[in-house]
Write a protein that binds this ligand. Structure first.
Ligand code: SF4
Length: 454
């Protein structure tokens, strides 16, 4: 589905000078700057007897470099490369084959949330008439659009918006607003809602849409569609998501070599750099380190007494506090519905049938399926990861993720005897979080879990 705004600038105008500057910065300037800043910052980890954690993963440093470089380089991408802003669930492999520089406003929102900038940026959107009940990723992005304030310095102006409604309908309206405000094209990938199983008509409907996107992408990028390249991008994406699945699987070990709070951070490349070699290389490094920790019996926590599952997106501004609080009680998060979403449907990716495989991969995901599918998935994760309890984040921003959580809580207690606690908060907007209420509920949850003999 192709939405044209009133005054459409469909072809990205590239500048040879800006392209040259982009490559100089990418290949020489940034690597040098990063090495210098790394030399300045390098601190030795001093083990403390007070902390409940074992030494952190070394790969963290590489992750920081990759993401800093991604945002730093994006400032030079404008007019040097075609730039697209993309939703997390859109089939980005197609854009990769046209060499788009991609920015994920949801990842940018999470980053702003983790840096505690959410309320300030949401407020800017609210001052422009957007309601506080709107998803805070959308409000942060619109806040950026109106103010150009961001902790990453600057985001490149997009030539294209690429959106899929498989995660929610909010993104559809949010991206329509952006298309109107920026006067640029929006490509919408419409995924039918799946109730358990996908049918041939659904696949045909999505395949046709992908085919129809190609002339528009050729026009904007100035490149001819290369089928072989498209297949290679899907192959790379599949290999990367498979690695991500293996990384999460290392947490089945007791003690688990990292926590889900670590995994929320390590998720950034699979969200934002999916289909690029840098993401695959990064996950090879991370997997090797985790496998080594498993071999040596090194857990994320010094003592792992209970194993927990997290449901929903992270509360980004509370990650560190929650990580410490749960670890002090010997409770380790070993799985999450959210981190699992990035390898959940990878098996459907098939470079030999690229169109059909993208249709299946991107429609058969947790948020585009019904509650019984979600319950089945959670039961499998509970068994596979040997989970003792569940923490459910009821996110004010995210209705599709938060709907049905009270039913799920009840059913998991009745059917698997899994106790749980619901924390009412928001993904990035700390104004929707009551510390006292959350702590009271969590303390009661700790007492329930600690009283249980597994
Ligand atoms: S957080 Fe929820 S509502 Fe917001 S964009 Fe993501 S899926 Fe949609």
């Amino acid at each position: 589905m192709f939405y044209k705004s009133k005054t459409l600038n469909s072809k990205a105008t590239m500048s040879t000078l800006k392209r040259f500057r982009y490559h100089v910065i990418k290949d020489a300037g940034l690597p040098l700057l990063m090495r210098l800043s790394e030399m300045k910052k390098r601190k030795k980890f001093t083990p403390s007897t007070q902390t409940p954690f074992n030494p952190p993963l070394k790969a963290r440093r590489r992750l920081k470099e990759i993401m800093t470089r991604h945002y730093a380089l994006s400032r030079f991408a404008e007019k040097a490369k075609p730039v697209a802003w993309v939703t997390s669930g859109a089939p980005v492999e197609l854009l990769r084959s046209f060499d788009f520089y991609t920015i994920y406003p949801e990842n940018h929102g999470a980053l702003c949330g983790a840096l505690k900038k959410g309320p300030e940026m949401c407020q800017i959107a609210e001052d422009h008439g957007y309601h506080q009940d709107l998803c805070s990723y959308a409000r942060i992005d619109l806040g950026y659009h109106f103010s150009k304030i961001t902790p990453v310095g600057k985001l490149p102006k997009p030539d294209l918006l690429f959106c899929s409604g498989n995660i929610c309908q909010t993104v559809v309206y949010w991206y329509k607003v952006l298309a109107h405000e920026l006067s640029i094209p929006l490509i919408l990938f419409d995924t039918p809602y799946i109730s358990e199983d996908i049918c041939e008509d659904d696949i045909a409907y999505m395949v046709q849409q992908i085919g129809e996107m190609i002339p528009t992408l050729e026009q904007i990028s100035g490149k001819i569609f290369d089928f072989q390249r498209f297949q290679d991008c899907i192959r790379l994406s599949k290999e990367t998501s498979t690695l991500w699945g293996k990384i999460l699987d290392t947490l089945k070990t007791q003690p688990a070599p990292m926590t889900i709070f670590d995994a929320f951070g390590h998720l950034a490349p699979i969200v934002s750099l999916r289909g690029l070699p840098v993401a695959k290389r990064y996950y090879e490094i991370l997997l090797a380190e985790l496998q080594e920790r498993v071999k040596q019996g090194i857990g994320a926590l010094k003592e792992e007494k209970k194993r927990l599952m997290w449901d929903n997106i992270a509360i980004w501004y509370k990650m560190r506090d929650f990580s410490n609080l749960f670890a002090e009680h010997g409770m380790n998060f070993v799985t999450a519905t959210y981190t699992n979403a990035w390898c959940e449907s990878t098996r459907h990716m098939n470079p030999s049938h690229p169109f059909e495989s993208l249709a299946k991969t991107y429609s058969l995901i947790i948020l585009n399926n019904n509650l019984s599918h979600r319950l089945k998935l959670m039961k499998r994760l509970i068994r596979d990861f040997n989970v003792n309890g569940l923490v459910i984040h009821s996110a004010k921003s995210c209705k599709p993720y938060s709907i049905g959580q009270y039913d799920i809580k009840r059913m998991l207690l009745e059917e698997l005897d899994i106790p749980s606690v619901i924390i009412e908060a928001d993904i990035t907007d700390a104004r929707a979080f009551s510390e006292q209420q959350a702590l009271t509920r969590i303390e009661a949850f700790f007492e329930t879990l600690e009283a249980r003999v597994e």
